[in-house]
Design a protein around this ligand. Structure first.
Ligand SMILES: *Cc1c(COP(=O)(O)O)cnc(C)c1O
Length: 282
């Protein structure tokens, strides 16, 4: 099934959707978005995604009177009810800066559009069976609470690498891991799961659910940045995101994690996530 788009009050095939080259999304990289998983025609974690979207839009200086969470929810449900909309996939609402940047840093006439796309599988069988590698990226992601369309500075190190990495992971100059390029990052030591606090990283919807499930199932959670010096002795590492769910990390840069194979706790968390899916379907 192909992709469907919503723009200016209409649903259309994605190839027919056009935004002008004058949009600040193109001119200055001003834009925020969300990526929301759809299972069997129902959005997963819709409310926290839309709340985060509103917060990103506000922080970006985009005129919030142009955004109405309830209306977006209605359009998502209208889209999902259509025959030409993928029922296993994702919906991605975007808010751009629009054509006007006046006064500077204020975007009074943004554009809103939404893409409904199929997701066959967010990770390959090889990535599930063998885990993935992350490439350290020595910088902070600025304004971590904003889900920005701009992934350039996470992609640059990947483009200069040997191509063996699933994505890059931000690490501060003093050796603290914050988050992956498109994911939250976790280290596991014994029964303890360590992950950066919200504010230093995006408030991942998957992160919130994973921490809830982990607490319910007797894991200890430490909300602090995992340190580079802890990598070599960690039992496991994993990343999470709405589309990829939970993915085992077996290498970070040149450091092998644990025995270099996907390990039991990440798998257990993925199983819990799948088994509890209905709790967050809306
Ligand atoms: C999207 C994203 C995440 C994951 O958030 P989810 O809500 O779990 O999908 C984490 N960090 C960054 C930088 C992201 O863009």
């Amino acid at each position: 099934m192909s992709e469907l788009c919503y723009f200016e009050g209409k649903f259309m095939p994605v190839e027919e959707c056009r935004i002008p080259v004058t949009d600040m999304l193109i001119q200055r990289g001003v834009g925020t978005f969300e990526s929301i998983r759809i299972y069997n025609g129902r959005p997963f974690g819709l409310t926290p995604h839309l709340e985060r979207f509103e917060n990103s839009v506000k922080t970006a200086g985009i005129n919030t009177s142009e955004i109405d969470i309830k209306k977006i929810e209605t359009i998502i449900r209208e889209g999902l009810a259509r025959d030409d909309c993928p029922k296993e996939g994702m919906v991605k609402p975007y808010m751009t800066g629009g054509d006007i940047n006046n006064p500077k840093g204020h975007f009074p006439k943004p554009r809103f559009f939404m893409i409904f796309a199929p997701v066959a599988s967010a990770k390959t069988q090889d990535e599930i069976d063998n885990g993935i590698a992350l490439l350290p990226n020595r910088m902070y992601r600025p304004n971590p609470l904003v889900k920005s369309i701009n992934y350039l500075f996470g992609l640059i190190p990947l483009g200069q690498s040997d191509g063996s990495y699933f994505e890059s992971v931000y690490v501060t100059p003093d050796g603290e891991f914050t988050e992956g390029m498109t994911s939250n990052f976790y280290l596991v030591q014994g029964n303890k799961i360590i992950t950066a606090p919200v504010g230093k990283v995006l408030k991942g919807v998957t992160r919130g659910i994973v921490l809830t499930l982990a607490r319910e199932n007797g894991f200890e959670i430490e909300e602090r940045c995992p340190r580079e010096s802890e990598l070599a002795k960690a039992d496991e590492a994993f990343i999470t995101g709405s589309i990829k769910e939970i993915v085992s990390v077996v290498r970070v840069g040149d450091t092998t994690i644990g025995n270099g194979k996907p390990s039991p706790i990440a798998r257990k968390i993925q199983d819990l996530y799948t088994a509890n899916r209905s709790r967050w379907l809306e």
